[in-house]
Ligand binder design. Structure first.
Ligand code: NAI
Ligand code: MG
Length: 338
């Protein structure tokens, strides 16, 4: 049986890392039928369409699962982020972003193993923005709901329980944002009471940033609201080798979209330089989600081998390989594990 998966290459480095990921996925022996959705974001707008065409959403609703490259969002003007819209329209409320040290990389710490759970549909990304021209006043409303907060917190605890993880930290700013962050913290305390086997604590977000840079090994699962989760996951990427290696999954009740934490990296786009590891590891999460455990294991073993050897890495990690060379080496290793 072939899995029907929606494939959104995106723009910038998206098509390059997506092609590499498809090559490596196919080396696992799993069969895929890719439902290509090429026109999103600026490409779609230029062709006279919407940034996020209904046909793309329909494809994901039909297939339930998508693999997605990054999509550029214009800064300070232009259309609303395709990435944020996709998460909201499909109600992909949990953004799961593991940050684990890889072998063979020169990083300040060796033994980091965290998972960040970012609420993915509400908060400062709600899209409730307005500008009062006359008084020169801008508003962005950080609306969160009890239901939306509770479900991401519960999702984090359930994941921790299933995976045998020891600790959950809720990250907030409840000292200042007493109603929004305050509610999130209160709900986290309530949910935590139902999981006595998991150590629970909380950190104010600014202190959390300092803690993560000084003692990242002390942290395990972090659960937080949308903006804090966005920022902390790039910080966590920086601790384990950068944005080229950090995977992510957007999970909802009905659909799942797998994409890296990084963006479209316009500075290196089209140069065959991008590190596809981040999207490949997102694809590993997809294989686990599909129940393809042997394929996920083969993919994982291939990545660990390549990183342990350290000879075939991409330029962001000081290696000599292009995107396509890296993919060729990795695909061969993965195939040898099948
Ligand atoms: P970025 O993540 O695209 O790039 C930040 C830095 O990391 C750049 O120096 C880039 O070259 C490097 N980098 C990122 N991914 C890499 C990879 N796979 N291999 C090697 N180096 C890599 O963040 P930036 O520049 O802030 O955003 C660029 C665009 O991407 C913006 O339009 C932003 O809105 C969009 N974006 C899209 C996301 C998505 O589609 N989910 C997520 C984050 C940003
Ligand atoms: Mg981000």
């Amino acid at each position: 049986m072939a899995y029907r998966i929606t494939l959104i290459p995106g723009d910038g480095i998206g098509p390059e890392v997506t092609a590499a990921t498809v090559q490596v996925l196919e080396a696992t022996g799993c069969a895929f039928h890719w439902d290509h959705q090429d026109k999103v974001g600026a490409d779609s707008v230029e062709a006279g369409g919407e940034p996020l065409p209904e046909s793309v959403l329909e494809s994901i609703r039909r297939n339930k699962t998508a693999l997605k490259g990054p999509v550029t969002t214009p800064v300070g003007k232009g259309f609303k982020s395709v990435n944020v819209q996709l998460r909201q329209k499909l109600d992909l409320f949990a953004n799961v972003r593991p940050a684990k040290s890889l072998p063979g990389l020169k990083t300040p710490f060796k033994d980091i193993d965290m998972v960040i759970f970012r609420e993915n549909t509400e908060g400062l990304y709600s899209g409730l923005e307005s500008y009062d021209e006359r008084h020169g006043i801008a508003d962005s409303i950080a609306r969160i709901s009890k239901v939306g907060s509770e479900r991401i917190i519960r999702f984090c605890f359930e994941y921790a329980k299933r995976q045998g993880r020891k600790q959950v930290t809720v990250v907030h700013k409840a000292n200042i944002l007493k109603l929004t962050s305050g509610m999130f913290l209160r709900l986290a305390r309530e949910v935590a009471a139902a999981y006595p086997g998991i150590e629970f604590n909380d950190r104010i977000v600014d202190n959390m940033c300092m803690q993560l840079v000084m003692h990242p090994q002390r942290y395990d699962c972090l659960v937080t609201t949308n903006l804090f989760g966005d920022i902390l996951s790039d910080l966590a990427a920086g601790l384990v080798g950068g944005l080229g290696v950090i995977a992510g999954a957007n999970i909802g009740e009905d659909y799942a979209v797998f994409e890296a934490v990084h963006g479209s990296a316009p500075d290196i786009a089209g140069q065959n330089k991008a590190n596809p590891t981040a999207l490949i590891r997102s694809a590993e999460m997809m294989l686990l989600h599909l129940g393809e455990f042997a394929a996920a294991e083969a993919l994982h073993a291939g990545i660990m081998e390549i990183y342990t050897e350290g000879k075939y890495l991409t330029g962001d990690l000081g290696g000599p390989c292009s995107t396509t060379e890296f993919a060729d080496h990795l695909a061969a290793r993965v195939a040898a594990h099948v």
